[in-house]
Design a protein around this ligand. Structure first.
Ligand SMILES: NC(=O)c1ccc[n+]([C@@H]2O[C@H](COP(=O)([O-])OP(=O)(O)OC[C@H]3O[C@@H](n4cnc5c(N)ncnc54)[C@H](OP(=O)(O)O)[C@@H]3O)[C@@H](O)[C@H]2O)c1
Length: 212
């Protein structure tokens, strides 16, 4: 029986490796479409944004909501119940009281009574929660959505087919083609048509390829 020596084995492995590398550099190796791909930093986060917006991304005016849809409120309550909810100081101030059954976390540069927790350092909070298995909800407002958008895996978005010309706060622009869309509900209330969609961020073409 012919047994190749070490040099020959090494040379064969080098050739095989080169062929594989050439092949895989041309083919886009599909990485698993799982959100937990260990090399995709963006998907280590479990943050979920939940929001209701108008046709022009309107969120609020004078620290109040622009649209009041009871069914959407119910959806918000059911979806966030039992979870941590993160909000900006202004959104906290706009609430009549702490939201029951949820851990109310407020982002602020100041300290004050009321919330379960106040975060001063948003970057530290994101880093500390990047591999948490729990779904943490970002509930607004505009400045907080803007800062968390890059780290959010899901966006539960109620899109109201109406505009609010006097709005003062807006949801940040995002590229919907980077997300899958799951229709949750379409409805009409008080003459307002709305659609609730769950957007889930797609894996972008990753830089890292499986090493050969
Ligand atoms: N349509 C919806 O789904 C929805 C949801 C939520 C809210 N809203 C509306 O949105 C409006 C409020 O949004 P907003 O953008 O004006 O305010 P906001 O995001 O709720 O709060 C802004 C405040 O949060 C704190 N903050 C934000 N980022 C911070 C950081 N990196 N570090 C430390 N503190 C930080 C600051 O508080 P300090 O000044 O205390 O430092 C800042 O003034 C209201 O009209 C509300 O009704 C709409």
């Amino acid at each position: 029986m012919y047994i190749p020596d070490d040099t020959e084995r090494f040379a064969r492995r080098a050739v095989l490796s080169a062929v594989l590398r050439m092949t895989f550099s041309k083919i886009q190796v599909p990485l698993p479409k799982t959100d937990s791909h260990p090399k995709s930093k963006e998907f280590q986060h479990m943050f979920s944004i939940i929001s209701a917006i108008g046709k022009n991304n309107e969120l609020g005016k004078n620290n109040q909501l622009v649209f009041h849809i009871k069914d959407d409120m119910k959806f918000f309550r059911n979806t966030t119940m039992g979870h941590k909810i993160i909000m900006g100081h202004k959104t906290w101030d706009s609430l009549p009281s702490k939201l029951k059954g949820r851990e109310n976390i407020v982002i602020s540069r100041h300290d004050f009574e009321g919330p379960d927790l106040i975060i001063h350092d948003i970057t530290k909070f994101i880093a500390e929660h990047e591999s948490t298995p729990e779904e943490i909800f970002i509930i607004g407002g505009g400045t907080v959505y803007y800062q968390f958008l890059p780290y959010a895996k899901h966006i539960y978005l109620t899109e109201v087919d109406a505009s609010a010309p006097d709005a003062t706060t807006f949801f940040p622009e995002f590229d919907k083609s980077n997300y899958t869309q799951e229709l949750i509900k379409k409805g009409t209330e008080n003459g307002l048509n709305y659609t609730i969609t769950k957007y889930t961020k797609l894996t972008k073409e990753p830089n890292e390829r499986p090493s050969i």
